[in-house]
Design a protein around this ligand. Structure first.
Ligand code: HEM
Length: 387
């Protein structure tokens, strides 16, 4: 999907983008080097195309606290230790029955129509519902939670572009802050088995997150965890429909392993996150060139995943290939915390879909060119009309 990345890898492995004011790295080896060396490439003070001038109080409050992705050790080590207690393999695999049940219900509802928007019917509601259940949002507030989270997610790209959040975003941020504070307070007094309880309690000598950290982490989960998984599901269906041979292979043997293989290859082939920013802490040498100290670096995960030095014949979509080492979840200390959850959710949803609707194709109203919504960093269809 990225012909210009191939040209960058060959002709300009370090490319200075004046608009982004960043050095862009596109080779697998360089991307891996940057992400592995967090002491040379910091995650703090990363700058995204200009300055975010945020005037609205609640949006500012939500964005102001350092969260996991924007910290370096030792702060990162402490926070990661705290929150990773909620993402152990055991906890994630225990969620499988619920993910399956919810996928099945959403698919039944969606597939009862002659044509449907896959994004609205399954790809978007599945991750947000699972996250809200994990957090421990009350059943009666899940509709609100979905609305707040949709608004915040939609606004995150728009806010980055315009530097301003809308009135509606401010209202959602305020409502969500108030609600999450209430929940955190209630769980501090009376813990339950949910994620918020875990974050606000001291356990095994590990201190609790402070109230602003809880809020900031919740928003991070929504923004980092929902749209990405939604994109992956959308990209998977899009890839399958456009590669009938792979779709047929999956139909012949729709096992859990085959569904996982298809999702892994989609992660590589059509990465939901295109790139990540870092900031150099000193002058560094990469791929035959030098990066100045204190400069912004953009590593292209999507390009690393298409580097023929790592993945032979990279433009071929092939679920049988070895996808080990794919960069879609990042690499090193910030490696995606939610990867095991996504690796459960996406294949289970795909397997349920193969059971109920194994022969999907584009509906006539789906335009040939997918609308990716214009985001520079995230890639997934805004809508995907299937039948
Ligand atoms: C970090 C991608 C799903 C939570 C990351 C990073 C990437 C990524 C590339 C690294 C950021 C960096 O190094 O600066 C993805 C993709 C997903 C996905 C492609 C789905 C297809 C999720 C889910 C959750 C989640 C479902 C949570 C439920 C996080 C968190 C971090 C993170 C908390 C920060 C980790 C840290 O800084 O230590 N993700 N993610 N992600 N992701 Fe994901």
């Amino acid at each position: 999907p990225y012909p210009y990345f191939a040209e960058m890898r060959e002709k300009a492995p370090i490319y200075y983008d004046a608009k982004l004011q960043a050095h862009v790295l596109s080779r697998y080896e360089d991307v891996s080097f940057v992400l592995k060396n967090h002491a040379l490439f910091s995650s703090t003070k990363i700058r995204v195309a200009g300055k975010l001038q945020e005037e609205r109080a609640s949006v500012q409050e939500l964005g102001s606290v350092s969260n996991l992705v924007t910290t370096d050790p030792p702060m990162h080590t402490r926070m990661r230790g705290l929150v990773s207690r909620a993402f152990t393999p055991k906890q994630i695999s225990a969620m499988e029955p619920r993910v399956r049940e919810l996928s099945r219900a959403l698919i039944a509802e969606m597939a009862s129509r002659s044509e449907f928007d896959f994004m609205e019917g399954l790809a978007s509601p599945l991750p947000v519902t699972i996250i809200s259940e994990m957090l421990g949002v009350d059943t009666s507030r899940r509709g609100d939670f979905k609305r707040w989270s949709d608004t915040l997610i939609q606004s995150s790209s728009a806010t980055l572009q315009s530097g301003k959040a809308s009135e509606q975003v401010e209202r959602s941020a305020r409502e969500m802050l108030t609600y999450m504070q209430e929940v955190a307070e209630a769980r501090r007094r009376e813990p339950r088995g949910d994620l918020i309880s875990l974050l606000v309690q001291e356990t095994d000598g590990v201190a609790a997150l402070t109230p602003p950290e809880v809020n900031s982490f919740t928003v991070l989960l929504l923004i980092a965890g929902n749209e990405t998984t939604t994109n992956l599901l959308g990209n998977t269906l899009n890839a399958l429909i456009r590669h009938p041979e792979a779709y047929e292979w999956l139909r012949r043997e729709p096992s859990a392993a085959s569904c996982s293989a298809v999702c892994e290859e989609t992660l590589r082939y059509d990465s939901p996150v295109i790139g990540l920013f870092r900031r150099t802490t000193q002058e560094v040498e990469v791929s035959g060139g030098k990066l100045p100290a204190d400069s912004s670096v953009l590593v292209l995960l999507a390009s690393a995943n298409h580097d023929p030095r790592k993945f032979p014949d990279p433009e071929r979509f092939d679920p049988r290939r070895d996808t080990n080492g794919l960069m879609s979840f990042g690499h090193g200390i910030h490696f995606c915390l939610g990867a095991p959850l996504t690796r459960l959710e996406a294949p289970v949803a795909l397997q349920e879909l193969m059971e109920r609707a194994p022969r999907l194709g584009f509906a006539p109203r789906q335009p040939e060119a997918i609308d990716y919504g214009g985001s520079f960093f995230l890639r997934g269809p805004r809508s995907l009309w299937l039948q």
